[in-house]
Design a protein around this ligand. Sequence first.
Ligand code: PGA
Length: 252
Amino acid sequence: MRRKLVIGNLKMNGSITANQKLFAGVMAGVADLRNADYALCVPYPYLCQAQSLMQGSNVAWGAQNLCANEDAALTGAVSPAMLVDYGCTYVIVGHSERRIQLHETDDTAATRFNAAIKAGLTPVFCMGESKEERESDWTEYVVGRQLDSIIRRYGAELLTKAVLAYEPLWAVGTDIPATPEQAQEVHHFIRKRVARCNAEVAENVRILYGGSVQTENAPALFAMPDIDGALVGRCSLEAKAFVGICQAANQV
Ligand code: PGA
């Protein structure tokens, strides 16, 4: 039985003051919700704050990206070991905003995915199709290609140490979430594709849905057999909204 997991992706939002309020509100709101797992992925400068305020609580924390290299002459980059130093559990890899706006590729995402696992971090590997790709019936081709970029290189077994996230681009930041049925269809496709390589891994890997998840649509999404939680953007910026989604995960 897979435990539900709700991860907040703060993106490039927050401040020391705003985070204090957010972290306190989330920790208080989920303190008694013992049936699921919760985490917040914060911008790098706030990892120290996340660690000092949330350690000992049932909210884990993580980062939104990492560099695949260890110590190197690479200005502006952050290594896997640095994230481990700050107690990160999770790191988001291959988010569509980075793939599109920062030109990340299947190749570079796959390398970071592997580097995260080698460092003992849990990568949250994002996949998803654009509106045009969906309309051309390319969803399975695109998501399959992204998934294969890690399976081909590193094998399906590594997915026991990872979390997958289906985030259709047309649903991220748009207020047009996938319907539970649309999301379930792709989650099922992802699980089947992993099962072709390793049935046991497929049964256990958690696949999160991301894209306009809110308190209102979370229960129906979480009721789907292959949806194991959510990757939440905007609604992770406000404790009440995020806790509402966590409550839905806890109740399933
Ligand atoms: P959203 O973002 O919840 O604001 O749509 C989701 C994501 O990008 O992970």
